[in-house]
Ligand binder design. Sequence first.
Ligand SMILES: *[C@@H]1O[C@H](CO)[C@@H](O)[C@H](O)[C@H]1NC(C)=O
Ligand SMILES: *[C@@H]1O[C@H](CO)[C@@H](O)[C@H](O)[C@H]1NC(C)=O
Ligand SMILES: *[C@@H]1O[C@H](CO)[C@@H](O)[C@H](O)[C@H]1NC(C)=O
Ligand SMILES: *[C@@H]1O[C@H](CO)[C@@H](O)[C@H](O)[C@H]1NC(C)=O
Ligand SMILES: *[C@@H]1O[C@H](CO)[C@@H](O)[C@H](O)[C@H]1NC(C)=O
Ligand SMILES: *[C@@H]1O[C@H](CO)[C@@H](O)[C@H](O)[C@H]1NC(C)=O
Ligand SMILES: *[C@@H]1O[C@H](CO)[C@@H](O)[C@H](O)[C@H]1NC(C)=O
Ligand SMILES: *[C@@H]1O[C@H](CO)[C@@H](O)[C@H](O)[C@H]1NC(C)=O
Ligand SMILES: CC(=O)N[C@H]1CO[C@H](CO)[C@@H](O)[C@@H]1O
Length: 397
Amino acid sequence: MRSNHRPVILLLLSPLLFSLTTALGFNWGTSSSHPLPPSKVVTGLLRANNITKVKLADANADVLESLSGTGISVIVGVPNEMLETLNSSKKAAESWVHDNVTRYFSGGGVGSGVRIEYIAIGDEPFLLSYGQQFQPFVIGAAMNIQLALITAKLTNKIKVIVPCSFDVFEYNSTNVLNSNSTVNSSSTIPLPSKAHFRNDLNKTITELLFFLKKQGSPFVVDFNPFSSFQQSKNLSIDYFLFHPKARAITDGHNKYNNFFDASIDTMVTSLSKTGFGEMEIIIGRIGWPTDGAINATTAIAEKFMKGLVDHLHSKDIKKHPLETYIFSLLDEDQRSITTGNIERHWGLFTFDGQAKYNVDLGQGSKELVNAHNVDYLPSKWGFLCWRWLAWEYFICF
Ligand SMILES: *[C@@H]1O[C@H](CO)[C@@H](O)[C@H](O)[C@H]1NC(C)=O
Ligand SMILES: *[C@@H]1O[C@H](CO)[C@@H](O)[C@H](O)[C@H]1NC(C)=O
Ligand SMILES: *[C@@H]1O[C@H](CO)[C@@H](O)[C@H](O)[C@H]1NC(C)=O
Ligand SMILES: *[C@@H]1O[C@H](CO)[C@@H](O)[C@H](O)[C@H]1NC(C)=O
Ligand SMILES: *[C@@H]1O[C@H](CO)[C@@H](O)[C@H](O)[C@H]1NC(C)=O
Ligand SMILES: *[C@@H]1O[C@H](CO)[C@@H](O)[C@H](O)[C@H]1NC(C)=O
Ligand SMILES: *[C@@H]1O[C@H](CO)[C@@H](O)[C@H](O)[C@H]1NC(C)=O
Ligand SMILES: *[C@@H]1O[C@H](CO)[C@@H](O)[C@H](O)[C@H]1NC(C)=O
Ligand SMILES: CC(=O)N[C@H]1CO[C@H](CO)[C@@H](O)[C@@H]1O
């Protein structure tokens, strides 16, 4: 009986073969009331669009199983709430690695296991608004997970990383004036040359960087162009959207005409001042929301993403990130909105896998492939049908 009422969305799209030429990945979260089945995401979106890297917020078993044998590179995440336990207990770290990592390698050879490349310790655990909630446990947890990887003989395959929020950096506030005299000198545009790691983190960050360097792990930072844009009254939106004619910031001998280059230099300056200027970097998150605030629209997000992808291919970047993870793959309607309504609208694809706009992920001018024959997870049929009809988005039969 249920199969008669199974909602099916049929789309007339021919499957196209696409290629991805840059180390671009996607954050794939599952905070959705009606998630696509992970296997559908893997075959219908990731593989169909030749997306070869994903960053997960956790180590969801269904998601990991669906990635098995695909060759897609995966970052799994340790939730912030587990950091305290993992700091204090090597045993807990061993069972975390065993349960959430080792087990997915158990198939053995190529084509069978999950290609987990990184374990992310916490999710932005140094966020200023968290205060001391997680910070004291991060290094200990990272070390214990590393020890567990040694025990599991996985250190040659998996590296430990810590995704940092952009607010680990601050700017010497007595000296953030824009040196371009055409901009009012009362404006407070942060200058990359004045950047350094937050003072309250100086011990922790130094320990972290030593730890990462020793393992050969990169330093991971999340960029947040949209909130920077919202907070920077004196920077035009063009500056955030990679518009070639955006008004530049002048910082000594350097000129920045987009936020991305200024952010890269903020990182490089801060790392250099700490003695780790050579460290490799990964951008753990970068994106633009499509709803929930002024200037959060599909059209602007498309401009942002096209500008980003083009820019990532350019030679002008002072330090190329090893990998860049778009935030995010899909909209998630269960994400917390305590930080604003935009939280549920970060996807390049809608919750049901339809591209909101087009961007070249390696396929050139061809369109992105949407998920088709979408067959939602079966738990909430009645509710969903009703909502779909109410939204007038869906054929429900
Ligand atoms: C996918 O991307 C890889 C790496 O860039 C490329 O070698 C491969 O040919 C692409 N495959 C398709 C089907 O586009
Ligand atoms: C982290 O774990 C170690 C080892 O058990 C312990 O000595 C230390 O106090 C813990 N750190 C915090 C902040 O609790
Ligand atoms: C990972 O392992 C821990 C410890 O065994 C377990 O409690 C947890 O549920 C597992 N899954 C995730 C997603 O953390
Ligand atoms: C901040 O700027 C002031 C004025 O230029 C300078 O005296 C001070 O040393 C700077 N502080 C840091 C931490 O760079
Ligand atoms: C700069 O801003 C200050 C304070 O807002 C204002 O008094 C001043 O006239 C402005 N100067 C210019 C050149 O815009
Ligand atoms: C950390 O900051 C304190 C005070 O701001 C300073 O005394 C100390 O030297 C700094 N430590 C490092 C490692 O930079
Ligand atoms: C300041 O910015 C304006 C507008 O982008 C530009 O024309 C001017 O040359 C800049 N001035 C300096 C000193 O860099
Ligand atoms: C951003 O929002 C403001 C206020 O609604 C609007 O004036 C402006 O045109 C928007 N910018 C773009 C690029 O759409
Ligand atoms: C926030 C900020 O610094 N705003 C300034 C932007 O520039 C204008 C003049 O160009 C100033 O009046 C604002 O105070």
